[in-house]
Design a protein. Structure first.
Length: 146
């Protein structure tokens, strides 16, 4: 309390450790180090294998219901608005539009990022993550799907 460690009843029952000037020799320390490495390396390898198995299981479970999205330059997409990103949501108030657009994909910067251009205002956005994009369907596209 107040920077001090108050003595507890258990502290009064157990005597303090004896202070000795006998430090271990370098041979003792090196043999201890070797034994410690011999004991810990197999445990480390086992833990790494279990982590890899867990990673594969979690990735498989995540990808069960995930649909892969990939866009080509020239495709039209909706862009999810970011008005509520501070709250962890990608949306605004109740009556605000959820998406903006349509945007045209100009270039594919990486497998998950794209450069977009608005159809009407020709405003360019870059880089945009694929998670924020939704395919834009027109009536002709919907008829072709059926």
């Amino acid at each position: 309390m107040f920077g001090r460690h108050p003595r507890q009843p258990l502290d009064l029952l157990i005597p303090p450790p004896s202070v000795s000037d006998n430090l271990p020799s370098s041979d003792d320390l090196s043999s201890y180090r070797k034994r410690l490495l011999a004991d810990l390396l197999p445990a480390y390898k086992t833990a790494r294998e279990l982590l890899d198995i867990s990673h594969q299981t979690q990735a498989r479970n995540y990808n069960v219901h995930r649909r892969s999205l990939e866009f080509e330059p020239g495709d039209l997409v909706w862009l999810t608005s970011l008005s509520g990103i501070a709250m962890g949501k990608w949306r605004g108030n109740k009556m605000q539009p959820r998406r903006e657009g349509p945007y045209k994909i100009i270039t594919k910067l990486s497998p998950i990022t794209y450069e977009l251009e608005h159809i009407i205002s020709h405003k360019r956005l870059s880089p945009i993550h694929i998670e924020r994009l939704t395919p834009y369907y027109t009536f002709t596209n919907i008829n072709q799907l059926n």
